[in-house]
Design a protein around this ligand. Sequence first.
Ligand SMILES: CC(C)(COP(=O)(O)OP(=O)(O)OC[C@H]1O[C@@H](n2cnc3c(N)ncnc32)[C@H](O)[C@@H]1OP(=O)(O)O)[C@@H](O)C(=O)NCCC(=O)NCCS
Length: 192
Amino acid sequence: MEREITLTDGAVTLRAWRPDDAPAVLAACQDPLIARFIPIPQPYTEADAQTFVEIRRRDWETEDERSFAIVDATTGELLGSIARHGPFGHRATFGYWLVSQARGRGVATRALRLVTDWTIATTEVIRLDLFTEVENDASGRVATRVGFVREGVRRAWDLDREGRPIDVIFYVLVRDLAAGDEVRSALHGANR
Ligand SMILES: CC(C)(COP(=O)(O)OP(=O)(O)OC[C@H]1O[C@@H](n2cnc3c(N)ncnc32)[C@H](O)[C@@H]1OP(=O)(O)O)[C@@H](O)C(=O)NCCC(=O)NCCS
């Protein structure tokens, strides 16, 4: 098992999930915006929150999946979730959500920047991407603030809870190989 990594930029800290995060996850996932854009169970129960924390923690036992709780670097309060799926070969995909009270102040942007820079610095990944529902402008703005570029729409890429197809927008950041593999910016205070 890879030693769990903590990443921080001084304002937000990304750390592995802990069993005692489950009550905060349960509260966060009552939010209709998360239910709208993330395929979480409905209704979302205490057992769902415990399962989420356990599964996300086990990501660290795999070769590739990496999941983090986003917490306030000062208070430790839970602010959200961010995960890296992969690397699958030269590709990795990211996903995130914030507790409703943590929105509108750059937390997701900071978290995505941290995992993006860490992934570029510590893996051979060339293509980093994420996808959002077409209506999810806030998530697209997070991606573009971090330097991801809107690639285009993929038709029927996902299915909703009723099995209906959903069009999504992909955002992509390609490693700058011409720059000799140099990362875009240094690791932000990663505990190595
Ligand atoms: C997607 C989601 C995480 C975006 O949250 P967010 O709060 O808009 O994103 P950030 O935390 O990066 O904050 C950015 C906002 O804060 C503002 N802001 C204030 N201070 C800021 C700072 N220092 N740095 C960056 N942005 C700042 C920005 O202007 C921006 O608002 P705008 O997009 O209206 O201009 C959130 O809407 C969410 O949890 N949605 C439900 C789950 C979801 O959709 N997940 C993504 C699935 S693809």
